[in-house]
Ligand binder design. Structure first.
Ligand code: NAD
Length: 489
């Protein structure tokens, strides 16, 4: 197996001001391969002092030096280069992601990394298209707007799509002329550290991108409270988002929140059932179910319930855990022992509350026995008020719920604190759009699931957060408008 040394990760260092430095405390912590239980390498355990050093470096880079002077087209060129380098290092980055996260190498190399590259290239194109307007004001005046960057952006990312979700923040932030302190999740920091070097190789000036590792509760919190951080972009759990909002209130930071989900996937009797079975399987088992938009609540119309569930269970049984580094594997290891225990705990709760276990339900013995593998699991006969239908499990556990009428499906689907994504399967075009309009979710898929594109905005309704990532909408969250008045008299 590839070692961290072969993979060019600098063990135990932070990337601040263009240099690799030790954490102020000198402490380190291990990152573990969840498929084997082996330590991959050690990381620097940053604290408040390191957060401060990174913010100062980013602040200086924002206010002086080459970054504020650089033309938008030069910034765009650098972003494009980052995208190309991500492609060039696809194999290495994909391997790092898989070692750290447990996701199949197929996903890391053929889905995550190509999209990371595309995100940088997409926002490279935007760099020259961020501009103000002239406004037809009354009187002998010219009024125009300047769309300006905010300053230092703290990008705080989770462990499920480590580099991808970092790119969703870093790329638009840089395109708009901000500087960045990136804090990856402690379970999966390796690709973010490698991105720091890639940015440097692409020509990003020192201090513009800083990457620091350490606990969210101390290092992350220090970033959020730091007065020189202008904006926090966080993807994480809803309760983390709430804490970040409280902590950022004192300095009135701009905050965008991409939080949890419990997304409904509604299958009507008139749907293409084979396609819907495939969609339901991908909806919950892609990415081991550690996907914020996972279709974790499946609503099946009564008329087709038995037939549909039969097909779904058959298909789920074919999804088997495998070695994440094997290109044929489609279902990997959960990210950590702790996450696995959380998921297994929810499975026990589902059984205890009376849901009917129809597939999986246990830890898988695949591999050396130390891997965090859980079988693809399906509960039938679930009620919307059961814990497994209300709380985000963030694992390969599906809760199937029967419904009778369209209105009932919509009501049940919306009966959740979350509103990240939803899907509807039907051949009736009118019904599809009616349901889409009535679902309280930031993304609705019709006769498909888990589609993403750099140009399509993504984000939550309700307690799944606010603000949008991707597309042109993300740029609004990384810029502010200055109104300039000129006396023409
Ligand atoms: P998490 O909330 O535990 O951590 C996310 C990041 O925030 C980590 O880097 C963590 O260190 C940091 N953090 C934690 N507490 C902090 C604090 N007080 N101040 C500052 N930073 C802090 O989430 P996770 O377990 O890494 O990721 C899983 C969660 O992310 C799930 O809830 C999932 O739904 C959500 N998610 C949402 C989206 C989306 O786009 N909406 C996408 C992926 C994941």
């Amino acid at each position: 197996m590839a070692t961290a040394a072969q993979l060019q990760v600098k063990p135990g260092k932070l990337f601040i001001g263009g240099k690799w430095v030790d954490a102020a405390s000198g402490k380190t912590f291990p990152t573990v391969n969840p498929a084997t239980g082996e330590t991959i390498t050690v990381l620097a355990e940053g604290d408040e002092r390191d957060a401060s050093a990174a913010v100062e470096a980013a602040f200086t880079a924002f206010h002086s030096g080459p970054w504020p002077e650089m033309s938008a087209s030069d910034r765009g060129r650098i972003l494009w280069k980052i995208g190309d380098l991500v492609d060039k290092y696809n194999e290495e980055l994909g391997t790092l992601e898989t070692l750290d996260n447990g996701k199949p190498i197929f996903e890391s190399r053929q889905v995550d990394m190509p999209m990371v590259a595309e995100v940088f290239r997409y926002y490279a194109g935007w760099a020259t298209k961020i501009h103000g307007e002239t406004v037809p004001v009354k009187g002998p005046f010219l009024n125009y707007t300047l769309r300006e960057p905010l300053g230092v952006v703290a990008a705080i990312v989770p462990w499920n799509f480590p580099l991808l979700l970092a790119s969703w923040k870093v790329a638009p932030a840089l395109a708009a002329g901000n500087t960045v302190v990136l804090k990856p999740a402690s379970w999966t920091p390796l690709t973010a550290l490698r991105l720091a070097e890639i940015c440097q190789e692409a020509g990003v000036p020192d201090g513009v991108v800083n990457v620091i590792t350490g606990p969210g509760a101390t290092l992350g919190k220090a970033l959020v409270k730091h007065p020189k951080v202008a904006k926090v972009a966080i993807t994480g759990e809803t309760r983390t988002g709430q804490e970040i909002l409280r902590d950022s209130a004192e300095t009135l930071k701009r905050v965008t929140l991409e939080l949890g989900g419990k997304s409904p996937n509604i299958v009507f009797a008139d749907a293409d059932l084979d396609a819907a079975v495939r969609g339901a399987t991908i909806g919950i088992f892609y990415g081991k179910g550690e996907v914020c938009a996972a279709g974790s609540r499946l609503f099946v119309e009564k008329k087709i319930h038995d037939d549909f569930m039969h097909k779904l269970v058959d298909r789920a049984k074919k999804v088997q855990p495998g070695d994440p580094l094997d290109p044929k594997t489609r279902f990997g290891a959960l990210v950590s022992e702790r996450q696995m225990q959380t998921v297994l705990g929810y499975i026990e709760k589902g059984k205890a509350e009376g849901a009917k276990l129809v597939a999986g339900g246990e830890r898988s013995s695949f591999g050396n026995g130390k891997g965090c593998f859980v079988q693809p699991t399906i509960f039938d006969g679930v009620r919307n008020d059961m814990t497994i239908a209300r709380e985000e499990i963030f694992g390969p556990v599906l809760a199937a719920i029967e419904f009778g009428e369209m209105d009932e499906a919509i009501r049940l689907a919306n009966e959740t604190q979350y509103g990240l994504a939803a899907a509807v399967w039907t051949r009736d075009i009118g019904k599809a759009h009616r349901v889409a309009r009535n679902l309280q979710a930031g993304t609705v898929w019709i006769n498909t699931y888990n589609n993403y594109d750099t140009a399509a905005a993504f984000g939550g309704y309700k307690m799944s957060g606010y603000g949008r990532e991707l597309g042109m909408h993300a740029l609004e969250h990384y810029t502010q408008i200055k109104s300039v008045w000129v006396n023409l008299a």
